[in-house]
Design a protein. Structure first.
Length: 173
């Protein structure tokens, strides 16, 4: 009886824990520097219509958060990105949020009043969506200090793995 129970416990643990170690979404991998593609430059307006241009962030590691107010996964990730911004800004991290809501600032502005975000927010457009191949949300990219895409992830990131990637990119010179 005890042996059968022990076997069931071991099999259950193996079926739950082992896939977590081999699941590709659980361990994002930074693209080697020599293989990274340049991030398409963009200029989009913030809530005051001031331009935010990606190329102005060269020399920083950029966390590019593509989100929408209606996206459940985005609402989970944004507090993580706020935390990363606070924790790593002095080391060279800069986050930019690109809201993809169809009616733009009409929806995004009231959302930000209720849930402030500590990094610049812009509203994306069709040109941005095409350049970055946005097909689903959330989508998050890490862009190295030279303006090249080190990682792009569609769907929710794994917080601890993403933070490791941020730290690794901040160490690169």
């Amino acid at each position: 009886m005890r042996r059968r129970l022990f076997t069931r416990i071991v099999l259950t643990v193996a079926c739950v824990v082992v896939p977590c170690f081999i699941c590709p979404s659980a361990a994002q991998i930074i693209t080697p520097a020599a293989q990274r593609a340049a991030a398409p430059d963009f200029t989009l307006g913030d809530s005051t219509a001031a331009p935010v241009t990606l190329s102005a962030y060269k020399g920083k590691v950029v966390l590019l958060d593509v989100w929408a107010t209606w996206c459940a996964g985005c609402k989970v990730e944004i507090p993580w990105y706020i935390e990363f911004e606070k924790k790593y800004k002095r080391r060279g991290l800069a986050s930019i949020g690109v809201a993809m809501d169809e009616d733009g600032w009409k929806t995004v502005s009231p959302y930000l009043l209720k849930k402030p975000i500590n990094y610049p927010i812009v509203v994306g457009n069709a040109e941005f969506a095409t350049a970055y191949r946005v097909t689903s949300l959330p989508m998050t990219l890490l862009i190295d200090r030279n303006g090249r895409i080190a990682d792009a992830h569609v769907g929710m990131v794994v917080k601890s793995a993403w933070e490791k990637e941020i730290r690794a990119l901040l160490r690169e010179r």
